[in-house]
Design a protein around this ligand. Sequence first.
Ligand SMILES: [Zn+2]
Length: 291
Amino acid sequence: MPELPEVEIVARSVDRRVRGDRIVEAWFSSRPQTFKTPRSHQAKGLAGLTILAVHRAGKHIVFELGVDAGGVGAAPPQGETNANPATAPDAQWIVHLGMTGRLLVTTPDSPLAPHTHARLNLASGRELRFVDPRRFGRLEFRNLESRAAFVAPGAEPLSIAAREFAALFRARRMPIKAALLNQTLLAGVGNIYADESLFRAGIRPRRRTNRLTAAELERLRLALRRILRHAIRCGGSSVSDYVNADGERGFFQLEHCVYQRTGEPCRRCQTPIRRIELAGRGTHYCPKCQR
Ligand SMILES: [Zn+2]
């Protein structure tokens, strides 16, 4: 399942390719599970809109769309996704990749992958496709004239401030691992990054959030941010493959310290890594380095 870094990389990569392009026509498959907005409504809403920017919000990819039909062809490559396009958006297209969703930017004549659920014809002559074999992904169209802009649940782990982060956890009494996975607290932190950040912060996954010191919480915040940023940097190099090609190519592998290393020696102290079940998830930690 794509985690925050993967979603960020896909958003940046799609932004680079389609920013400034215009959606000529949109087609959706008749598999209803994929959609939040009825497909006819999405197709009608998207047609004719210009893609002002594409960015990540939590684990969602948000297309900011404008009625101004000025742009044809993608803008020059951007360094980073920018949530604030120059023009105020009139609508949004929100994509959640679910477990197996992929966005592909391709040419209309390239073979259609099985489980293609959406095809957006772009004025530049390319096509944006959404492919999702397991259909846990979600596509939503929002007209901002009648609805508020999309806000992802939970705080943003890459930019949350120290005080805000501490307040989020100290008000609760649950194992810190479970709190990290709770998407209404922090957006987009999955199992791998929760285990790895707790290792780097030296905190046992079962520790109660209200018992953590300010120093521990700050170590955790920094560890989490560092790991996520590192993963985004590493993944950046494999982006073109991810978006363009068959999509089967594996994503970069973060060198895990604890995740799925049960019984293997800790990279820091050689103690065997332990595995427990916590919040319904396999949880990995070093009994010596984490207190
Ligand atoms: Zn250790």
